[in-house]
Design a protein around this ligand. Structure first.
Ligand code: SAH
Ligand code: SF4
Length: 382
């Protein structure tokens, strides 16, 4: 049985090296080979002694999940589906923008929270991802994109834990993965550019503040408990007053001076003027301009029974918040044509028909049609 080195942050790797009779600086070298250079084979690590490479070969490997498919949107968004075994798959989405590249990473196969408007939630919970499976999404995407876009510098500048799953319900795997993202010998991302999004696990927000404070986004979706109970069942356990206070406490540790509240706009459910006014009151319970709102137009999926608010309604809602002095943005939907938008990630392995081969080729990303309904990345063995 070999250990997967993607499962370790630098401290964990140092412990492993010590157990192999090696000094800590070897762990740094190894870590840099893996995360900065994308090495997947010990033989490629030319400045490590041959004896160490042989030792590693016997006890360790660098392994990410097999890629089932790659879809490229007309807007350049790329979605990968990774096979995590036992019929489960998770999705990772790369969103290129002019000044940055954001990777949306999954933390669980499925999700136990079961929000009414989320297709991952409808699918139920399968299992937590390991640290190696979380960081493996970044390892794969960063080095795949560097190779295919022929870039030596960093392609992914931001990570958002907004893929499938509730990251704070997989805390023990999440923290080492965040540490690898932040480590200067790893991906060297700034804390401000790594965001954990949560549906509101109050005690875990406090733990995150102490263990690894990164940017925090909280999925609010309702201004009062009666409504939030019906949308985010976790609200029964951690009601809004507790959640908003936890967010406010987090500020003392946060790398940014605000918390982002996400609010999914649902037609006739949570999008009235009365809801917007109630939200304003809710955040004003804590003084100062301490939060921002990100309004997400609902991305429909079959069986949800919900509709997206009309654009004029979203604008009117945003206006009420803005006029009350709360910075509010309306999220642009990306990757909708490949089901890569928020809440559309269901790890569905059956419908793989919508792929834009032309766009992929234009962008220099080789994709290969292996059957009418499946795509795979050339050179990546699914
Ligand atoms: N579990 C975490 C992170 C993953 S969900 C959380 O809930 O925050 C990432 C974001 O997508 C959340 O804000 C979530 O509320 C939103 N989302 C889920 N389903 C959606 C849908 N169908 N349309 C728009 N946004 C959705
Ligand atoms: Fe889980 Fe987040 Fe979806 Fe809710 S919105 S079901 S917490 S992934």
């Amino acid at each position: 049985m070999t250990v997967n080195l993607l499962d370790f942050d630098l401290d964990g790797l140092a412990v492993l090296c010590e157990r192999l009779g090696e000094k800590r600086f070897r762990a740094v070298q190894l870590f840099r080979w893996i995360h900065q250079k994308g090495a997947g084979q010990f033989n490629d690590m030319t400045d490590l002694a041959k004896s160490l490479r042989e030792k590693l070969q016997n006890v360790a490997c660098i392994r990410t999940m097999p890629v089932v498919s790659q879809h490229v949107s007309t807007d350049g968004t790329i979605k990968w589906l990774f096979d995590v075994g036992d019929g489960n798959a998770v999705e990772t989405v790369f969103i290129p923008e002019d000044d940055r590249g954001t990777l949306c990473v999954s933390s669980q196969a499925g999700c136990a929270v079961g929000c009414r408007f989320c297709s991952t939630g409808h699918q139920g919970f399968s299992r937590n991802l390991t640290t190696g499976e979380i960081i493996g999404q970044l390892w794969f995407a960063e080095h795949f994109l560097r190779k295919h876009l022929q870039r030596d510098d960093r392609v992914i500048s931001n990570v958002v834990m907004m893929g499938m799953g509730e990251p704070l319900q997989n805390y023990n795997s999440l923290i080492p993965a965040l540490k690898v993202m932040l480590d200067d010998h790893g991906y060297g991302l700034s804390r401000r550019r790594v965001t954990v999004s949560t549906s509101g696990i109050v005690p875990m927000i406090d733990r995150l503040a102490h263990d690894c404070p990164v940017a925090l986004a909280v999925s609010l979706h309702a201004p009062n408990d009666a409504l939030r109970d019906t949308l985010v069942p976790l609200n029964l356990k951690y009601p809004l007053a507790q959640l908003v206070s936890a967010c406010h406490r987090y500020l003392a540790f946060a790398p940014r001076d605000f918390i982002t509240f996400e609010y999914c706009m649902l037609d006739g459910v949570n999008d009235t003027d009365a809801c917007a006014n109630q939200l304003v009151e809710r955040v004003r319970a804590h003084a100062g301009a301490w939060c921002k709102f990100n309004l997400i137009p609902f991305n429909p999926f079959s069986g949800s029974g919900l509709l997206c608010s009309k654009p004029a309604r979203v604008q009117a809602f945003a206006k009420i918040l803005s006029e009350a002095g709360i910075t509010t943005t309306i999220r642009k939907t990306r990757g909708e044509d490949i089901d890569a938008a928020c809440g559309q990630l269901a790890g569905d392995v059956k419908d793989r028909t919508r792929v834009n081969v032309r766009i992929a080729r234009q962008r220099g990303i080789p994709i290969q049609l292996v059957s009418a309904s499946t795509t795979t990345i050339a050179g990546v063995d699914p």
